[in-house]
Design a protein around this ligand. Structure first.
Ligand SMILES: [Zn+2]
Length: 400
């Protein structure tokens, strides 16, 4: 029940950043995917069997499975609420995926504009609210058919393996989804609304930090509560999930603000002038096949892409010049362009390298590899950092 931006550009280029999910369908251009952990839900049914209706036989099994499918359909509805609202505001939505712990609408970016972020965050719970509104008359009808006259009678049918039980449980589940998502704890939708409201006053970085802290504190309380008071594994997992996602969001925002602060210049691969368009094609292979800027009088006039070069050389290269196969007037970036912007250009235009200029003159190349390098510096892998700390730690000293 979370909307999440892809961590960086061209995720398709970095398979390790992608979730290995199974695509099960497509709704108005948005893929619906199942995360492998979704299978855990059925494991949970077996583990939590006692409370869900042991001793009630096959009907209870069918009821439980049907209920789970319907509840997840409501989670999907919630995510599509986010997804469609985001798309309405020009944000590219990649897919909506379901895992054991809920759903995620993965979009190209989380809107910077607090007003848009608030609308997108509200759209999820609003979708469930619309569903509740539509469902309520049906629940009332089936209740009246069974002669119910008090609210308590309805409440008692929750988890009851019957039609009215199913509808009432569904209603109950949607109310829970709404309430739970509106908790002002990051990464819940309520946390995003909270963050968006704070950012109008405090700026996005500080607002995120505060929202994350509130989220972590809330998750800690939930963890203690779930382990000591109600002893629920599911709640404890949820608390851990909130902690991890809150941490990840904090990290993503810190990375983004660093990428907006850092400039392309210091990170470009400095180059001695590129290649002239009159050069024979074979000369472009000197120094190994790579993407090369084509320059004239120090200015970038073209790009000779490594792939084009290799394809052309495989055919007849004799007598052909760089100018004949280069891309004309390629996109360039200035040394003072923020890395964030350069990376957006690379993502939107599907480029792996951008020529960097200073006052119009060619200076060097900014590549996807450089970006990954900076990314790893700015956002060190916490597990790798931990491993390094352990290796450097007291164990090492004992051995030494
Ligand atoms: Zn949501």
């Amino acid at each position: 029940m979370d909307m999440r931006a892809l961590e960086n550009a061209g995720a398709h280029r970095y398979p390790h950043l992608m979730t290995r999910s199974l695509t099960i369908g497509r709704v108005r251009g948005i893929d619906v995917r199942l995360h492998p952990t979704f299978g855990l839900v059925f494991l949970w049914v077996i583990i939590d069997w006692r409370r869900l209706g042991a001793g009630l036989g096959a009907a209870a099994v069918v009821f439980t499975l049907l209920l789970i499918l319907l509840v997840f359909a409501c989670v999907l509805l919630h995510e599509f609420g986010h997804a469609f609202m985001a798309r309405q505001h020009g944000i590219v939505v990649h897919d909506v995926s379901l895992s054991a712990i809920g759903g995620v609408a993965r979009m190209e970016e989380i809107p910077d504009d607090p007003r848009v972020e608030m609308l997108v965050a509200l759209a999820g719970p609003a979708a469930n609210l619309a569903f509740v509104t539509a469902l309520t008359p049906l629940v009332l009808l089936t209740g009246i058919a069974r002669g119910f006259s008090t609210l308590e009678e309805y409440a008692l049918t929750v988890f009851d393996p019957s039609l009215s039980g199913l509808l009432t449980t569904l209603l109950y589940a949607n109310v829970l989804i709404i309430v739970f998502n509106l908790l002002p704890a990051f990464p819940m939708d309520g946390g995003r609304i909270f963050r968006a409201a704070l950012s109008t006053v405090l700026g996005r970085d500080v607002a995120t930090r505060i929202a994350v802290l509130v989220g972590e504190a809330f998750a800690l309380v939930l963890l203690v509560f779930s382990l000591i008071v109600v002893q629920s594994v599911i709640l404890a997992l949820l608390a851990l999930f909130i902690m991890v996602v809150a941490y990840a969001e904090d990290r993503a925002v810190r990375v983004e603000s660093a990428m907006r602060r850092l400039r392309v210049g210091p990170f470009a691969l400095w180059d001695m002038g590129g290649i002239s368009p009159d050069q024979p094609l074979a000369n472009a292979l000197r120094g190994g096949p790579r993407d090369i800027a084509v320059t004239k009088d120090g200015r970038v006039i073209g790009m000779l892409w490594r792939n084009t070069l290799l394809v052309e050389l495989a055919q007849t290269a004799a007598g052909r010049t760089v100018g004949q196969v280069m891309e004309h007037d390629p996109i360039t970036v200035d040394i003072n362009t923020p890395i964030h912007d350069a990376q957006q250009v690379m993502r939107d235009e599907g480029r792996w390298a951008l020529p960097v200029t200073e006052a119009g003159m060619y200076r060097g190349m900014f590549t996807g590899d450089r970006f990954l390098h900076i990314y790893r510096q700015v956002a060190p892998d916490p597990l790798r950092a931990l491993r390094a700390a352990i290796e450097r730690g007291p164990l090492q000293q004992f051995r030494g």
